[in-house]
Ligand binder design. Sequence first.
Ligand code: C2E
Ligand code: MG
Ligand code: MG
Length: 383
Amino acid sequence: MKTRVPATAGQTLLIIDDEPEICTALATALNERGRHIIVCRDAEAAQFVIERFPITHVLTDIRLTGPFRFEGLDIIDQVKRHSPTASVVVLTGHSTDELQKEARKRGALSVLQKPASIEEIEQFLPHPENDGESMLTILPSIDEILDGGLLATQFQPLVWIEQPKHAVGFEALTRVRTESPLANPEVLFRYAQAKNRVVDLELAAAANSLKSGRELVDIGFISINAHPLVFTEIDRFCDGIINAAADAGVSPARLVLEITEQAPLPELRRVEAAATILRSHGVRFAFDDLGTAYSHLPSIAAVRPSYLKISQHFGTSCEANPSHRKIIENVQALAASFSSEVVLEGIETKETATFARETGIRFGQGYFYSRPAESSELVARYG
Ligand code: C2E
Ligand code: MG
Ligand code: MG
């Protein structure tokens, strides 16, 4: 069986169950040519799959979504919204008349009492018409990601635009060893947010980045992304970062924390408190993705970022886009008044690099200089 996301979908069966053994048993028994099986351990991960793939069949265990009555059946509504013709079969340990009625009302084909035999399930699962390869995609649960050694880090250099052979720092970009939608870090962090586990994931990612990027700090700083929700647990986050740096033997003064726009920032006093604690250890800050989602500008005076990063959304080919150029000019003015430096992200061509240099931007990041890579490769190239 191949474990990759298909280019074209034939029959796509989504299995949602929080018991890994049941998922594995079902995926093995239902494996067939022409069928792509996607396994999710929780409703939050299933949500990403439902939004991304046209699903033809769903097998779901409704116990998985918590204390409210029939809350687990919400997944049927979500499936029907994105894939209206999908056949949904509910598996449950406690099948009641009321549950049967409610599930059917929402569009489920059937409710099967667990343990259900494969024959019972197959009644609702026709053989795929298409004879393509079978495929299996398993989305690891948040605990498997955190405890199972699935986290990895790649680094991308931030270079001096005038002398791009010199790296001023390296941005740590989190990766998960999975061939599933959770391999995309933006999806990963939205999943962690849905599971209320952002701080856990951020600290695990930071520990990984600092350990694997230890040798890079002899060349430049290490820049770590921080989701705005880390400021909801200030003590745990700040202690975690400082301890992770100590464990890796990295001075906090070699650390830059890039505050992303993945969510709005909480109240200013929290952000200020965290910034004060971390700054007292020597940590510096950057504002990432400036202006792409939520504005963090009200906290600029509290955080005093050393860097304002203009995202690849505005950076790539900016020389040919008058409105992006205006945005860049405005960020430069803002940076000048707060004594910050601008970093232009998404520099993919010589033309954009030349534009950045002529505009007076000192730092750049992008495929033109280097793709994200393993730390050892970058040590060899920039050390
Ligand atoms: P970001 O922090 O703005 O990171 C830059 C993204 O742009 C990276 O995508 C990088 O691979 C990509 N990139 C670099 N150069 C170029 C280029 O020339 N052109 C284009 N088109 N893209 C370029 P990646 O690694 O997929 O990360 C996406 C986002 O995921 C990051 O955006 C960041 O917001 C988030 N992320 C990654 N790791 C972490 C983490 O540990 N914590 C948090 N909170 N977010 C993370
Ligand atoms: Mg970043
Ligand atoms: Mg960025």
